[in-house]
Design a protein around this ligand. Sequence first.
Ligand code: ZN
Length: 304
Amino acid sequence: MRATLWYAMMLAIGVLAVAATLAFAVCCLSITITTPAHLGKSTFSSDPKDISCLCDTEGICTVTWSSENIGGGVTESWPSGNTGTSVTLRLTTLPNDNSHFGPTWVQATDGAVSDKNDFDLFFSEEATNNPGEVEVPNWYYYWSDTLADYGTHNYDSGLDSCGITYFDEGAWRSYIGTEANETPTAPLKYPCTHGIDCFAQVCRHEERHRQDFSSLWGAGTDRNNDDDPDVDWLPTDNGTVTENSLGTPYHEGGYNPNVEASVPDHWHYGPLWRDCEDYCMHRHAVWNNGDADSVDWANPGKQY
Ligand SMILES: [Zn+2]
């Protein structure tokens, strides 16, 4: 009798052990996302952009993926479905403003078990896959939507310098060139300036020129050599101010109306140094390098 009881107990224990093992095996114990890497970087380099989403699991898991609704016109989809340990997140249409780049996430879930990886979304700096109506590089499109931007300007893809301001189609206009996202060399040397800081400095410099020329020559009037024989782009006497009176806060006696560069190039401006540049350099809006680093989502850029 005792032997039978003992046998029954052992059988019960065995059945429970098998049941526990089976229950253990059919549960999802853990999910660990391996790609995209947590706190990693992903670049919206093409449109659409496919992002591999991979995870490791313990137990038996049916993994379902989700992602942030990025906004700004971006569409998220899962072309091969959002279930499994290896799926693809497809992003279509780059955001229409800069604020939708940066932190985003994907999540993999089975019931109460889940994992979530945060990563940053960037744009390709020189590509033109932004949704703007006029084709401009991404850096010009997205940086123009940050505090680095300043004044009124357009992009000129044929201008192989940082920027220029001249009388064009009835008004004084500023153009940002193809080098305004790089490290400026002469002309326009700003210490330790590159990328979004270069853009910020150039915008402020050209806007100062635009306002100066509009004021000195007239908003709808081009400069001429009769009123500017030394071709420094400052009129000798426009009826309101004389070139001798301009610049006096910085240079005693102002500028010499008969000398193109009547003050030394103490800005290390380089070629094309002339009095209108000194007049501008002393007075354009101040930009502190680094102030826009946290909103620079260019690759390469201040955060990539
Ligand atoms: Zn000066």
